[in-house]
Design a protein around this ligand. Structure first.
Ligand code: PNS
Length: 169
């Protein structure tokens, strides 16, 4: 066992979080109740080339929104998710599912991760119906055109996102 975590049951919630949305935060809150300790892992998704925030910025935004959650930790990692999971001796990966359209991709990822390491389990939480349309891409699109992103992302980071979109144009 990793001495840092003792015999805690650790869950890993991975994603690109560019940026964190209320949908992500809802999953973090709910998953934090299922595990002794939850690690939110900011990872590289190679299929998403147009990141707005750096990995460090994404970590900082998530920390800002989770600092009141004592069993939630945020880390970044540039590598395979299963390696991160094994390094932290986590018992499961947590993913959120919004709609049927998420299922195919997530099934593929879960199966691939299980193929790489048969001990790695993936647990799916159904997104709150209110968040079923919400994604980081939609938030960025809205902010880019001067739309109101309040209510879609945590209040603490609205200004950070708007400032970044102004800067990026
Ligand atoms: O929020 P996203 O973009 O849907 O999250 C996808 C993510 C980052 C979890 C996925 O791309 C990932 O696990 N990246 C790390 C590299 C990896 O393990 N890829 C899958 C096996 S090739």
């Amino acid at each position: 066992m990793d001495a840092q975590y003792g015999d805690k049951r650790i869950g890993v919630y991975p994603g690109s979080f560019d940026p964190l949305t209320n949908g992500h935060l809802d999953i973090i809150r709910r998953a934090s109740k299922l595990f002794d300790h939850l690690i939110v892992a900011v990872l590289v998704n190679t299929s998403k080339k147009n990141a707005i925030f750096t990995m460090e910025e994404r970590v900082a935004l998530i920390r800002k929104c989770t600092d009141q959650m004592p069993n939630v930790e945020v880390q970044m990692f540039d590598g395979l998710l299963v390696d991160f999971v094994k390094a932290h001796q986590a018992v499961a990966i947590v993913k959120g599912l919004r709609a049927v359209s998420d299922y195919e991709y997530e099934l593929q990822m879960a199966a691939l991760n299980k193929h790489i390491d048969k001990d790695v389990e993936t647990i799916f939480l159904m997104a709150d119906i209110q968040n079923s349309f919400l994604s980081s891409s939609i938030v960025k699109e809205l902010a880019r055109h001067g739309g109101d992103i309040r209510g879609l992302v945590p209040g603490e980071i609205v200004d950070d996102i708007e400032a970044k979109m102004l800067y990026k144009g």
